[in-house]
Design a protein around this ligand. Structure first.
Ligand code: PMP
Length: 353
């Protein structure tokens, strides 16, 4: 092996869900929103002055951080924006997890955390969820280099109350606690209300799910000013211009259209609860989801078999071939029509097995 080959940083990358390119399929595998972005966001895109593309975007992303600050009732110095919450989380790992002690996150959670930890050489430990896929807060009561909690958790969909987050914070006064709230708008209670009381809390959210903008790539973190300043220092040491002109304008327009946002979330919650009831009639059991997906297992038929059978019918759901969850499917909530097709095909699959 040549020296340069020896020096290559070898990493085991994150595997995103499939993005099949065919058009005649039902895509319920990456927790995208089935409804379009706000019409106001679409309008903002149409009205963009293309001449401005000559210029670099505002490195402070002021229009978007200000809109978010106003919406959530914090100072704009408390808001950090990035290219999807993956960018924000990756930046937070790089900024805050710089200790010899392991950072802690559950064994079953968003599968990007261990990838960043490995990339940045951050030691980590993963306390196991209990048999009902719940996080035991006592597992987070030990010396650590930081804590990451996804709430609601993914792929289980289970949401813990604010009192749980406060308990984690009270056990970790000396550690930075990241709460990843990618799915919070579908029924959970956000920890944003705690950021002014805990200087070690960073809440991360995204426009990808509840704001129907996975393709735009916008995520954000809100926390104490000192935390946001530290993240900006790291960002400006890496790439000052993460947010392009378009995402700044469209992101702001989306935030201003609250009525549309609330209506989309309401529809998805309604479809989720109806789909859950119908799945249970077919012999599935589902966790209590506060997200835009259901985590479902069938009493007779292995999840992998159902996954393959659905795929053969051009219906994509997510299957994780991992210990403890390899008999579950994660099914994103689509439109009512899409869920009807899913249920009809599932009925067929179940009858024929
Ligand atoms: N956190 C969780 C828990 C997620 O499921 C996802 C979506 N894959 C993300 C963060 C990242 O989403 P995005 O980068 O699109 O904001």
């Amino acid at each position: 092996m040549k020296k340069f080959q020896e020096y290559i940083r070898r990493v085991e990358p994150y595997t995103p869900g499939e993005q099949p390119q065919a058009s005649n399929l039902i895509k319920l595998n990456t927790n995208e929103n089935p409804y379009p972005p706000s019409p106001k966001a679409v309008e903002a895109l149409k009205e963009m002055d293309m001449d401005r593309l000559r210029l670099y975007p505002d490195p402070q992303a002021t229009v978007l951080t200000s809109a978010l600050a106003d919406y959530y009732g914090v100072d704009k110095e408390q808001v950090f924006v990035g290219v999807g919450s993956d960018d924000v989380l990756g930046m937070a790992f790089l900024t805050f997890f710089n200790s010899d002690l392991p950072i802690l996150f559950p064994d079953i959670t968003y599968s990007f955390y261990d990838v960043w930890a490995n990339l940045y050489r951050i030691p980590f430990a993963c306390p196991a969820l209990d048999e009902n896929f719940r996080i035991n807060p006592e597992d987070y009561k030990r010396p650590n280099g930081g804590v990451v909690i996804t709430n609601p958790n993914a792929p289980t969909g289970i949401c813990e109350p604010l009192s749980f987050i406060e308990k984690i914070l009270s056990y970790n006064e000396d550690s930075l606690v990241i709460v990843d709230e990618a799915y919070i708008d579908f029924g959970g209670e956000s920890a944003l209300s705690l950021v002014n009381r805990y200087d070690n809390l960073l809440v991360v959210q995204t426009f990808s799910k509840s704001r129907s903008m996975a393709g735009m790539r916008i995520g954000f973190a809100i926390g104490n000013k000192e935390l946001i300043r530290a993240m900006n220092d790291v960002k400006f040491s890496y790439n000052s211009y993460t947010m392009n002109q378009t995402s700044l304008a469209v992101g702001k327009a989306s935030i201003l259209d609250n009525a549309y946002f609330e209506e989309c979330c309401r529809k998805i919650i309604h479809t989720r609860e109806h789909t859950k009831e119908e799945l249970e009639k077919l012999g599935f059991s589902c966790t209590d989801s506060a997200t835009n997906f259901l985590f479902a297992t069938h009493r007779d038929i292995p999840a992998e078999t159902i996954f393959e059978a659905l795929k053969a019918k051009n219906i994509f759901v997510r299957y994780f071939k991992k210990p403890r969850i390899d008999n579950y499917l994660r099914i994103t909530i689509g439109t009512d029509e899409e869920m009807e097709v899913l249920l009809r095909e599932l009925k067929q699959i179940i009858v024929h097995k």
